[in-house]
Structure formats: C-alpha cells, structure tokens
Write a protein that binds this ligand. Sequence first.
Ligand code: FAD
Length: 565
Amino acid sequence: EAQAKEHEEKIIRLCTRKGGPKGLMIAEHLTDEKDYENTTKRPRLVILGSGWGAISLIKGLDKKKYHVTIVSPQNYFLFTPLLPSATVGTLEPRSLLEPVRSIIKGVDAHYVEAKATDVVFDEKLVEVTPGDDPNASFYIPYDKLVIAVGSESITHGIEGIEYCHTLKSINDARLIRKKIMDNFEKATLPTTSPEERKRLLSFVVCGGGPTGVEFAAELYDFLTEDLVKYFPNVLRNEVQVSIIQSSDHILNTYDEKISNFAEKKFNREHINVITNARVQKVESDHLVYKMKNEQDTKNLDYGLCLWSTGIAMNPLTKTISNKLPEQQNKRALVTDSRLRLKGIKDSSVYAIGDCSTIENPNLVQGLMKFFSDADLDKNGQLSYDEFALLATKIARKYPLTGIHLKRAHELFDRYDVDKSGTLELNELRSMFEEIDKKFTSLPATAQVANQQGKYLGKKLNQIVIAAETSILPSSRDYSEDSDSNCPDTDDKLAPFEYAHLGSMAYIGNAAVADFGMGWTWMGGLSAVYLWRSVYFSEQVSLRTRVLLASDWTKRSLFGRDISKF
Ligand code: FAD
C-alpha cells in the first residue's frame, strides 16, 4: 500500500497535476525524473499528427532546443502517394508505413498514442483522448503547438455515402483490397445470378482527381495482369471500371495535355470515364447521378464504389474553427504567411498541411510592387513585352497564381479593356484581384505539407537561437512584410514560400508529370520508372526503401497476391 501511494505521489509530482479546465489531469511531463529536470529548461513543443507535415517538421528540428511531444492516434507515418498501389497488392501495406517511434529516436521526442480532441488556448493546454474513452482524457501543456492533423474525405452531404469506400488510411486500402477479392470470389459462385455477377464486377470511382485516377489505373493493372489469370471464367469485358467526374476532364488540376492523354488511354482500355456528371445519391447497390444540363437522372450499379472527391475538416479542426471568431465559416484553419493560426496573438500556435490554408492579404500589394519594375518606360502602362517580363517574375515568385508566359497573352488581351495594346494600372489591379481570389490557397498535397513542415522546423530552431543570443539567424529582418500587429521574433524571420516542384500521377503502366508553366511529361515505362524513383527517394527510411524494392520485384516475378485476409 505504501509503495502504491509513493508511486502515485511520484506520478503526480513528475507527470500530472489535477485540475485542468474540465477537472482533467495535466500531464506536466511524460517521462522520468532526469528528463523532467531538462524539460523545465526547454520550451515544450507539442505536435498534433504524424503525417507529412509533422514528420518533416520533426526531422528538421534541433533536439536540444525543445522538449517535443507528438500526439497522434496513428503510431506510424503513412506514405500516402503510394496508397492506391496497396489497394490491389502491388505494394504491401507495411511497406508504406514507418513507426513514429523509429522516426523520433534521433530527436529525443515523446510519442503519445491519442487523439487531440480540443485545445484550451488561454491556458495553453491540449486535451487528448487515448482510444475512444472520453473518461481517459487528459491535458498536455505546450509553449508552442503545431496542428498538423490532416483532413477527412468530403461528403458534399450526399445521402448514402456510408456505402462507399474512401482511400485515406492504410485500413481503407486493406478493406478495398479485401472487397475486390470478395466480389470476384462471389461473382464466380455457381449460385450467383448473371445480373448480380455483373454488379459485383462493376467498380465505380467517384472523383476524377489524382487519387481516383490512380486507383482506377491500379485496378485495371490488377485485372489485366493477375485476375484474368486466376479467374479464367471471368471475361475481361464482364468487368467494368467507371470514373464519374463533375467537371469536363479527369485530372483537371493538371495541364490539359495530361488530362487528354489520360482520357485517351482510359478510353482505349475501356475504362468508362463519365465527365460533367454529379452523383445525387448512393444506394447500397447502385448510385444515382445526373449529367450537367440534363434533367433526368441515371443509375449506375456497383459492386464497389470509391468516394474520392476532395477533402474536408476533421473533428479537431472543426472544434478549433468554431471556438475562434477569426476561424468561423472557413474550409480549413486559416494561418498568416508565417503559418501562425489566425486569432492567436502570441505566435504560440501554428497549423500546417491539409488542415490549414494561408490567408495572404498582401498578394495584390505584393504583385503591384512588381509593376514599377516592369514598367520599363515608366509611363504607368504596360505594353505586352513589359507584361511578359512581369508574368515571368510573378510565375517565379507565386507559382500558383497560374500566370506564366503561355497564359500571358491570353490574360493581356482579356484585361486590356480599351484594347489600346497597353495595360493600365487599374486594369492590372483587377486582373490581380481576380487571381488573388482564385489562387491564394495552396493545394492539399504532401508536397505542401512537407515544405511547410521543413520551414517550421527550421524557424522554430531559429526562434530559440534568437532568444538565447538576441541575434537573428537570417541576415535580413522581415518585420516589414509581416501581417501581424504586434511583431515578435517570428515576424523578423522570412515568411513561408511554396516552391512548386510539379505533380505526378500513375495512370496504369504509364505516368504523367506536370511541372507547371506548361512543362509536362507523359509516357510509358520510362515515366513509370521516374515516378517510382521520385517516391523511392522521398522515403523516410532505408527500411521502407528495401520493402518497396522487394514488393516491386516480387510483383514482377510472381504477380500480385490474391489471398483474401
Ligand atoms: P496527413 O499526412 O494526413 O497526417 C495527418 C496526421 O494527423 C495523421 O497522422 C493522423 O493520424 C493525425 N491525426 C488526425 N486527427 C488527429 C487528432 N485529432 N489528433 C492528433 N493527430 C491526429 N500528395 C502529393 O503531394 N502527391 C501525391 O501523389 C499524393 N497522393 C495521395 C494519394 C492518396 C490516396 C491520398 C489520400 C493523399 C495523397 N496526397 C498526395 C495528399 C497528401 O497525402 C496530403 O496532402 C498529406 O498527407 C497532408 O499532410 P498532413 O500532414 O497535413 O496530413
């Protein structure tokens, strides 16, 4: 009894104190006495999430500068770009995962397997819940908090969405793989009617973005390379793969050449691409959709339906957005150009990756600064040649604005209202305002999350260096560009700038790459090897590299594993 009491006292002294806002325990620290001593000297950095943003941040962090705690319900990092390959067994699930504990080994951080359920900003406490039991919740205090909790699939309020699969997690991939095999096995039972067989072998993808397209491509490879061998009594033309896309092209965020290339390829392969169609309702065995400009609805039977039409806020981001007036009615957590959460005054909370969006009120002003440089003859107007010079500069600084030389002529003509062959300042301003409205938010990609994580890791190191030495690590003071009213060290450091390195997609024994500014690459095996080598080089560990190489080799020697488990 005495021992138990002593243990409890030690826990309370070292690890917890009672009485957070909801009476929950506060985990002051999570490890041993020696570490507790060190902790009190280092600022407490709490990172929510173990995905792209969080992991790239941790990798760049100087372990001596912070006491780091990572909170995530997933005790691994998932390499999402290769997730479609795990739905058909091209890659095994474990090859896409790296345990958080192995990643943080070198950083001397702590990992808590729990979900963050709330943040009490006034007291700098994160409420976390291990498992699903709210009674087990406790608080973790922070000095700096990074929210990198990703997103959920958007449902658009469509009725019956629960019948669809989504593809966000490794478990989703596992369930899809099992369902495909289930359907094939059921379809070949002697008791299955021809109608039911047709339905079971009908695979529908809602959403023609990269995830939907890559899944359809992987499924097609699986059908033609493996399933036809193992199910000789299923004819290829009995299996139907369909993609329903609301706009007029699949891969519509890529260059048009790429969309056309993918559509033609899918057409040759009899993948049914239905564009300009919106799903109205999903039933357990069919979905109802409507073509643009048509009144009547159509039905499409399915044996498996994948819902992949974009992303939405997850429960934590919704909770945070509801409690801060600056965050109300937004689609993601809004940050300033330094990735600080809007509505928090003291630079203590950051949001990165899919759960966040950068508000950049200075874009129009930023673009207008270029004007005086480009106006070579300083007559307050831009000729086309001057505008082309401006377009090149903007493309370099703001790659997502969509301005590039190829589009410059088109834009110039559209905005030259009086058709005088020169752009006046007010014409240019309205062009920039339109661009600002369209392009201020960055795409929800691993590339963005990764760059934001790297930027924040480096910056958090710099903030501690500045506090210790009163010297700013960067040679330039950026306070002038800051969007904050009460500047601190963070404002003196450079804002986040995204560098778009291009987008890639696998489209079935072929791959496409869009490097922006009209540069594209589309091809067969050579492009597939480029696609693979890019992802191979981006792996977080040697272990996953070895696993990937072994899966690809295994697949080419023996085909995909069709066991159902
Ligand atoms: P995530 O990587 O999703 O990580 C979120 C983390 O937060 C997870 O660890 C999760 O467990 C954790 N979490 C969730 N809720 C909580 C909570 N309440 N408390 C604590 N932790 C929580 N992007 C590309 O650039 N290229 C591609 O080819 C590409 N392909 C993709 C393919 C698929 C199938 C998918 C689903 C996405 C793809 N993406 C791709 C997008 C990319 O995966 C995301 O943009 C990226 O993962 C975002 O990183 P993140 O850190 O914001 O979120």
